[in-house]
Design a protein around this ligand. Structure first.
Ligand code: ZN
Length: 219
């Protein structure tokens, strides 16, 4: 799962593909290449989605409105077995789960009530995908994307190194975003964490490009 490019804009050409898109939001567009074999993503998907839902239980309340018609001719919709999001049994499921993880992270961190996304695949190269996420603050969306990509890769490839604890990342990012606190002692106090834990998480936030600069008063 490799991030190829990031763009920010209105992307009118995909507006009609998700009726829940809101006119007043711009979108972040992530282009990703899925570098492992197709079977690898399909085989790892059940473990991946369980792990992500365990870390972000709110994903259970997500709904997919796009792509509905694709499933009408199926005898059953497999997504209802385990997942609140649409599953079609291909690589795109992993990318689509990434989309929902980004949406959930940014909604929790910046307290957005509602936001929608869209995942599209390319015909050529067929392992390339675009993920669109609505956002009001692109820097928070980029941070959420970096965290989500690291978390999903960490789970799929069993990379413990630098695997973010999504709950902890959300907790500290929210404190900083909502209260404007960046002092480690103060954060430790608010979060009831040890100072070394706060310092570790602050370094992680920095590595994932948390937009500390938006907290600074404008000159
Ligand atoms: Zn969806």
């Amino acid at each position: 799962m490799k991030l190829v490019s990031v763009q920010y804009g209105d992307f009118e050409e995909i507006e009609h593909l998700n009726p829940n898109f809101q006119k007043n939001f711009l979108k972040l567009k992530l282009t990703l290449d899925m570098l492992s074999p197709k079977e690898f993503y399909i085989n790892n998907f059940p473990r991946l989605i369980f792990s992500v839902i365990e870390a972000l239980p709110n994903l259970r309340y997500h709904q997919c409105s796009h792509g509905e018609k694709r499933h009408l001719k199926r005898e059953y919709d497999p997504s209802h077995l385990i997942s609140p999001i649409k599953i079609i049994g291909d690589v795109i499921d992993t990318v689509h789960l990434l989309e929902h993880t980004i949406l959930e992270l940014q909604c929790q961190i910046s307290e957005m009530d509602i936001c929608s996304g869209l995942t599209c695949n390319y015909w050529e190269p067929e392992n390339r995908f675009d993920v669109f996420v609505e956002c009001t603050e692109p820097n928070i969306a980029i941070f959420s994307s970096n965290v989500a990509i690291a978390a999903l890769k960490g789970i799929i490839y069993n990379e413990e190194f630098d695997l973010p604890s999504l709950k902890d990342t959300v907790a500290i990012a929210r404190q900083i975003y909502a209260r404007g606190i960046t002092d480690a002692d103060e954060l430790a106090n608010h979060l009831n964490w040890s100072k070394p834990k706060v310092q570790t998480e602050l370094r992680r936030l920095d590595r994932f490009n948390f937009p500390f600069q938006i907290l600074q008063p404008a000159a």
